[in-house]
Write a protein that binds this ligand. Structure first.
Ligand code: GAR
Length: 192
C-alpha cells in the first residue's frame, strides 16, 4: 500500500455511477489539512450520474465513458490515471465490475464502500434483503477491491440498528449517513 510521504497528499480518483453523496463527502474530507488524499479525477460510467456536478463545483477533472466496450474504457482510464499520477481509487456507488487485469494493475490501491455488513449481502438490494430477512442490524463496509465481487480485505465496518418501522428507503438513508463517517475513517486508517 502507498504510504503518505511528507506533506504530499495521495492523488486519488473517485469512481461513481449515481448521486455521488459519498463523492461529495470525500471531496470535503480531502480538503482538510490532515487528509491523506486529494481528489484529482472523477470517473463515471454514465452521463446520468448526478454526482458529476461536483466536478464543476469543486473544479475536479472528470471522465465519462460507458462500459459498453469495457476493455477500451479501462485502457483509457488507466492512461488517464497514469497521466495524472493518480495512485489510489475510491469506488463510491460505482455499479460496474472492474476487470481482474485492471484490479491487478492497481492491486491494493482500490477501495470500495458497500451498504451491508460484508460478507453478508454482497451485490445489489442489500437493504431489501436485510429487511426481508428480519435482521436486527444492517450497516456498511469499506474494503479493498479484489478480483471477487465484494470480497476483498475489510478495512472498517459500522453497524446500524434496524427498527421495525424501517423500509428499504429509510434504512438506506440511515446507512448512508454512517457511510459518510466510515469512508474517511477507513482512508485515515489505511494511511496512518
Ligand atoms: C451507497 O450506499 C454505496 O454504499 C452504494 O451505492 C450508494 C451510492 O450512494 N454502493 C453499492 O451498492 C456498490 N455495490 P452515493 O452515490 O450517494 O454515494
Amino acid at each position: 500500500m502507498v504510504k503518505l510521504t511528507g506533506l504530499k497528499k495521495i492523488k486519488t480518483a473517485v469512481f461513481i455511477s449515481g448521486t455521488g453523496s459519498n463523492l461529495k463527502n470525500l471531496i470535503r474530507f480531502s480538503k482538510i489539512k490532515n487528509s491523506p488524499i486529494s481528489i484529482d479525477l472523477i470517473f463515471s460510467n454514465t452521463v446520468k450520474a448526478k454526482g458529476l456536478i461536483f466536478s464543476n463545483q469543486f473544479n475536479i477533472k472528470k471522465y465519462i465513458s460507458s462500459f459498453k466496450d469495457s476493455k477500451i474504457t479501462e485502457a483509457k482510464i488507466l492512461s488517464l490515471l497514469n497521466k495524472e499520477n493518480i495512485n489510489f481509487i475510491c469506488l463510491a456507488g460505482f455499479m460496474k465490475i472492474l476487470s481482474k487485469s485492471f484490479i491487478k494493475k492497481f492491486s491494493g490501491k482500490i477501495i470500495n464502500i458497500h451498504p451491508s455488513l460484508l460478507p453478508k449481502y454482497k451485490g445489489l438490494d442489500t437493504h431489501i434483503k436485510a429487511i426481508q430477512n428480519k435482521d436486527k442490524v444492517a450497516g456498511c463496509t469499506v474494503h479493498f477491491v479484489s478480483a471477487k465481487l465484494d470480497s476483498g480485505k475489510i478495512i472498517l465496518q459500522k453497524e446500524v440498528k434496524i427498527s421495525e418501522k424501517d423500509t428499504p428507503t429509510s434504512l438506506a438513508e440511515k446507512v448512508l449517513r454512517q457511510e459518510h463517517k466510515l469512508y474517511p475513517a477507513a482512508i485515515k486508517k489505511i494511511f496512518s
